[in-house]
Design a binder for this molecule. Structure first.
Ligand SMILES: Nc1nc2c(ncn2[C@@H]2O[C@H](COP(=O)(O)OP(=O)(O)OP(=O)(O)O)[C@@H](O)[C@H]2O)c(=O)[nH]1
Length: 311
């Protein structure tokens, strides 16, 4: 019976030695007492170098020789002190480790009551690469869902979402807000005279021009067709009007080129300001003002007088 158990124990040891997963045991006083080939491979070191060394010495060596686990720190002693704080604190721990050579490993750490640790490592590089691709793809899809394809600025959905969140913040701070609605004048005639492609180029140039003049925290988006929105947080009527005037003059004074021709483009801008407004009422106010600007001759700014206060 004893010899049969001994046989299986030896078999287990042989499997462990040949396994692609790494196995290692640290003694209660944290010395590496045994490790298979795969484990030594994660450190890129030989058994002669690592066996008999303490955990801290092994990690110091990895840090100094820049081999094995990536240790991102300026101060290895501080890093080791932090690592020691989590070691042996739980009976079982699972954590991911990335190596300097680009591979990733899943480490499982099993601690006995008597203090010995069994470490098992599994190569998860393929899964991590797949995960990275999926994350990048999700990010790209997210960007696509939030970005207007033609102008590369925020689309209506993302513009409204960003404005909503700013409206909530401004409501908490009780600060004034402003919305500017910009609409290209006689845009239909640009399309009719120079073609739809030229119209697209004008939309792209306008988006670039406006983006380049706004502050980093202003919210700019294409609401639809030839209509754009600019949301300014913590902005009073006087400032909002000044920004709108500046934009109106900037557009009228900037050369646009489409279909190989130089064009003059103008915009009409409706401005609404107020406190504690919903997006819908703010938009309605700005739209009324925009209508006023259009009907007063275009290439100008108009203000919506009454700002509606929410109950
Ligand atoms: N090229 C291009 N044209 C677009 C796009 N979206 C909307 N349009 C065109 O924009 C034009 C808007 O025309 P209108 O609403 O009559 O407005 P307008 O000609 O600018 O006149 P006013 O706004 O009154 O000054 C329509 O001809 C739409 O087809 C787009 O993405 N690309």
């Amino acid at each position: 019976m004893v010899s049969m158990f001994q046989h299986y124990a030896e078999l287990l040891a042989r499997f462990a030695e040949q396994s692609h997963d790494g196995y290692a045991i640290f003694s209660a006083d944290d010395v590496l007492v045994c490790a298979n080939k795969a484990f030594l491979g994660t450190f890129n070191q030989s058994a002669a170098t690592l066996l008999g060394k303490s955990f801290t010495d092994i990690m110091r060596l990895a840090f100094e020789e820049k081999t094995g686990p990536k240790i991102e720190t300026q101060d290895i002693e501080q890093w080791l002190a932090r690592a020691q704080q989590v070691r042996r604190q739980r009976e079982f721990r699972l954590f991911e480790v990335d190596l300097i050579d680009g591979r990733w490993f899943l480490f499982s750490e099993q601690t006995l009551v008597s203090g010995e640790i069994l470490l098992q490592t599994k190569d998860i590089t393929k899964q991590k690469i797949l995960e990275q691709h999926l994350n990048e793809r999700a990010q790209r899809l997210n960007d696509l869902a939030l970005t207007d394809e033609l102008t590369r600025i925020a689309n209506r959905r993302s513009f409204v979402a960003s404005v909503q969140s700013e409206l909530n913040r401004c409501e908490r701070l009780n600060c004034q807000i402003a919305l500017l609605l910009l609409d290209i004048d006689h845009f239909k005639s640009i399309n009719d005279n120079f073609g739809h492609q030229a119209g697209d180029e004008v939309l792209q140039q306008l988006a670039r021009l406006v983006s380049s003049t706004l502050r980093e925290y202003d919210i700019f988006g294409r609401i639809g067709g030839e209509e754009f929105g600019v949301f300014l947080a913590e902005t009073d009527q006087k400032t909002a009007m000044a920004v709108a005037e500046r934009l109106c003059q900037l557009v009228a004074g900037s050369p646009f080129s489409a279909a190989g021709q130089q064009l003059t483009v103008t915009v009409s801008i409706g401005v609404a300001t107020g406190y504690n407004l919903s997006f819908e009422s703010l938009y309605q106010e700005a739209d009324t003002a925009l209508y006023k600007a259009k009907h007063s001759g275009r290439n100008q700014v108009a203000f919506a007088a009454a700002a509606v206060l929410l109950p």
